[in-house]
Write a protein that binds this ligand. Sequence first.
Ligand code: BG6
Length: 488
Amino acid sequence: MNEKKNNVCNFIIFGIKGDLSKRKILPSLYYLEKKNNIHDNTCIIGISRSNWDKINYINMIKKSLNIFLKEKINKKIWIKFISRFKFCNLNVYYSNNFIKLKKILNFKNRISINYCAMPSNTIPAICKGLGKEKINKKSSFIVIEKPIGSSLKTYNYINNKILKYFNESQIYRIDHYLGKETIINLLAFRFSNILFLKNWSNQIIDSIQITVSEEIGIEGRIEYFNKTGQIKDMIQNHLLQILTIITMEVPIKLNINSIKEEKIKIINSLRRFNFNNINKNVVLGQYTNNNINGVNIPSYLEEIGLNKNSNTETFVSIRADIDNLRWAGVPFYLRSGKRLKKKLSEIVIYFKTLPINLFNKFNKKIPQNKLIIRLQPNEGIEIKILNKLIGLNYKYELKLTKLNFNFYKKNNNEYKTDAYEFLISELMKGDKSFFVSYNELEESWKWVDSIVNSCNIVKKKPILYKSGTWGPEESDILLKKDGRKWNK
Ligand code: BG6
């Protein structure tokens, strides 16, 4: 295998004190350190606008690692890790401040990765500051997080601001789902097995469900989430990525451009929503309080602060349609929410039943074949196939039996590489294969705008659901109307 080596970097984290940095970026960097995956001369530079000294920052990093690592901090790794850090107090809105950053950077024989771990409306200011101090040269890259903007208009605005200082080739757009083993495996699963490659269309597939559910609520991200909501936090990016990978045509090659072209065709073919079809196809929800196993779970409104009113959705389910020859007539049911019954990401593919079945007269109802791709937890693939019941009393009575494959051994504490760890390592190698292109996001905003704008036109409000359930009953009705049920 032709594995690229990690470059020597200035790894600059804008927003080092923020939730994303504490929860994901810092732990991932620590694990990369543990695996000797960071070049010895790489420097990590933490930026925030507070008036902190080095000790404050170091304490904060240690505290975050203690909370978010899946193991105890190892003293030897910690010493090497923390010795890489430099810090800079800087307000990104004052481009004059960026001189402070320039002064502590060494540019010789290294690339600079400018990781914006801050809300996307700060990106233009960050780019301007970097541009002012010429930290935007060819060997400098900018990394931005989803959701970029809050509509097609704001996405384009931010993008145009970035393009004033960086070329498209210098921009890395992260969607951490693209760094998950099981998502990368979707490509292998679909395009290396003739068994599925040839059976992947409306000829034999009846419907597809994609569920990404979480038990947690908004984890203190009040301002961010209340402005964003579940559609823009999850559907616009993670669920659309899964949907496109599961439905796109075979790319010519396994590189970012070929894959991107196929994904864009799918997003282009997604039927748009309007005031006529929105209520029939989209359900919004918001969680209320509940007592689960003796623990009081607050409602969304309580979490964002008593007395506040909000129509932000914490749950969404959608029936989507792809109007192309391969998928015409196959409904795609997407569902994602906070404070649901379980943390789970899965794709369930239901196959059609045979038009004429020799076994009909021995069985009241013959169930559909089902393929379940479990993205998390219990990563794996499960196929439900029909077999006859065994025993003297049975001749041709059928039952669904399960063929199951687990990615990881059960009950084994095998370490699973986190998606961020993988993507940060790719950033350090300068490989863009697992990042999102400009056009893909442009197209996905068009589709998402059609949902959000239609909801606004019909004044659609979220329906309340109890924490710890599968969302509002209307989400079940969405499928029931089509004679279907969510996979249980
Ligand atoms: C993030 C969202 O992108 O993904 C969060 O902003 C969500 O709201 C998280 O909790 C879920 O990621 P994962 O990897 O835990 O499924």
